[in-house]
Design a binder for this molecule. Structure first.
Ligand code: OOB
Length: 546
């Protein structure tokens, strides 16, 4: 940690001279995100800012609602600097809550609707959150028991605010007060927390400052050529960095466009909206892009306004990439990004071959990339290696995680992405694999260690490991390989056990394999590579013999 400074608040700041250089270059403008919304509202006042169901709000209306909620949050005692875990489904309230917290100086921790007590409890504990803001129910799930359990297990939580709930919770609609003014926050301070996909037992909090986040939002809007005419469909969960900031909902507002919010990303929930609102751009993960491709031929007319489809979050195969351009009749943009910062885009005027076969190049001229071998030595040009990066919107450390940061960052502040990439002669990245112990289940990230810990808590599981197996639809699925002395430990038993421990559904292993012993490497570690190879070969064999 030689070059960076560890703040008293548990965040790692950029070294002063580098921060000064980012300001001098105009990347950091020292404006907070809450002030940015004010600027956008002053510029685009009467224009349509967002559409959600029957609600159609102008920029002025969005800004005014944010003012009232911010004042209401203050009357609840939410102070500047306080952390608040937000877990809302895609809806207009998501944006109002997000900006209202920023306006009153509080720091939203952006949780996903799919996360459950194990994850949300850990975020509350790690951030010492004073409040949780969620929904009573969404997509068929009742969040009230989770909210009650949080109250019981997180001593720092003082307010549990739920949209659509009554006593004993605080109904979101009741949090309202006459607008008031707030002391300005520093744009160099942490604005919000993203969550890491992780490779360790506990997902880490990613502190993003106003300066770095706003820069990535505005620069992304410019690379994606967003304008007043842009209509962005927010179909992926809004808390995720991709639909929020790459350029996503925030980039659209920065450009004066309109954000259309879809409750779910399936064709049933989106194609009608695309036609009705004349959507021009949206973002999907590869499995959803494939789902859209299947449904598109019979709905061609509905998709006529769609100009750009961004695909990212997980590897996109060339066949699907080609079909996006031919079947959907729109431009494809590959996006390779991470909640920690760095985002790469293919450019809208790139030749098709490049768009089909690479994951883009960095957003910013100030993004620094190194591709290195196991000893951190630069590999030969074009050779694959581990990607390290630092820059004006890539964090220098996870929140309150000094020990973990020692491994996750180099001494001179490069973030170890855990991705294996190669760089083409013209500076584009191709993601070829991964060195981190993670499963990328169609864009949803699963830290193997986290699930393994839960599996090992089962009284009849003596050894357990989680590995990725290839899947035609999702790219990868999670396979738990376990050693157990008891017959009849099957997937339903394990799924019920993991759910009872509060683990999100997407982290529950898709496949369970029982073995006598786990293979080990010469130093005695579990040999995941061997297991992966065996499972992949067995899968290919059973497919051939079917
Ligand atoms: C995005 O962010 P996260 O934090 O959920 O996941 C980051 C990781 C990357 O390190 C990489 O392993 C994988 O997801 N990934 C891709 C990819 N985009 C992300 N792997 C292959 N091809 C791609 N295009 O996933 C994210 C954040 C902002 C924008 C886009 C994606």
């Amino acid at each position: 940690m030689s070059a960076a400074t560890l703040g008293l608040d548990g965040t790692v700041a950029w070294p002063q001279e580098i921060a000064a250089a980012y300001r001098a270059a105009g990347y950091w403008r020292d404006q907070t995100l809450a002030d940015a919304l004010r600027t956008w509202a002053a510029r685009s006042g009467a224009d349509l800012a967002l559409v959600c169901g029957k609600r159609r709000w102008s920029y002025r209306e969005l800004d005014a609602r944010v003012d009232r909620l911010a004042a209401g949050l203050q009357t609840l005692g939410i102070q500047p600097g306080a952390r608040v875990v937000v877990q809302l489904p895609n809806c207009a309230e998501w944006l109002v809550v997000f900006f209202a917290l920023l306006r009153c100086g509080a720091l939203p921790v952006l949780a996903l609707p799919a996360q459950r007590l194990a994850e949300i409890g850990s975020f509350c504990a790690q951030s010492a959150a004073v409040a949780y803001i969620g929904a009573a129910d969404a997509a068929g799930y009742d969040y009230r028991p989770l909210a009650s359990a949080l109250r019981a297990c997180c001593p720092s939580l003082r307010s549990v605010i739920l949209d659509g709930a009554q006593h004993p919770f605080i109904p979101l609609a009741s949090v309202d007060a006459e607008p008031t003014s707030f002391a300005p926050a520093s744009a160099a301070a942490v604005a919000l927390f993203q969550l890491s996909g992780g490779s360790t037992g506990t997902p880490k909090l990613i502190p993003r400052t106003h300066n770095d986040y706003l820069y990535s939002v505005e620069a992304s809007a410019s690379v994606c050529q967003l304008s007043r005419a842009s209509v962005y469909l927010c179909a992926l969960p809004m808390a995720h960095n991709f639909p929020l900031s790459s350029p996503g909902a925030l980039g659209t507002l920065a450009a004066g466009g309109c954000v259309v919010i879809a409750p779910q990303p399936s064709p049933t929930h989106t194609f009608g909206l695309i036609a009705q609102e004349r959507v021009t751009i949206t973002a999907l993960v590869p499995p959803l892009a494939r789902l859209w491709l299947e449904a598109a031929p019979s709905h061609q007319q509905q998709l006529a306004s769609l100009d750009v489809l961004q695909v990212g979050g997980a590897p996109l195969d060339r066949t699907t990439a080609e079909r996006i351009t031919s079947v959907l009749g729109c431009r494809l943009q590959q996006v390779y990004g991470m909640a920690e910062g760095l985002v790469n885009y293919t450019r809208l005027d790139d030749p098709l071959e490049r768009v089909w076969t690479t994951q883009g190049r960095p957003l910013s001229p100030a993004d620094e990339l190194r591709i290195v071998d196991a000893e951190d030595r630069d590999v030969a040009p074009g050779a694959p290696g581990q990607l390290l990066t630092r820059g004006p919107y890539t964090i220098r450390g996870y929140y309150r995680a000094a020990e973990h940061n020692r491994h996750a960052f180099t001494a001179d502040g490069f973030y170890r992405t855990g991705d294996l990439v190669r760089m083409t002669a013209d500076g584009y990245l191709v993601v070829v694999g991964r060195s981190k112990d993670q499963i990328n289940r169609g864009g949803e990230k699963i830290a193997a260690a986290e699930v393994e810990q839960h599996l090992l808590a089962h009284p009849h599981i003596q050894a357990a490991t989680l590995v990725a197996v290839p899947d035609q639809w999702l790219g990868e699925r999670a396979c738990a390989v376990i050693v157990t002395s008891v017959a009849g430990i099957d997937r339903p038993t394990i799924a019920a056990f993991l759910r009872s421990r509060g683990l999100a559904d997407y982290k529950i292993p898709d496949v369970i394999r029982v073995v006598d012993a786990l293979p080990t490497t010469p130093v005695g570690k579990i040999d995941k590579r061997q297991l992966r190879d065996q499972l992949t070969a067995a899968q290919a064999h059973s497919r051939r013999s079917r």
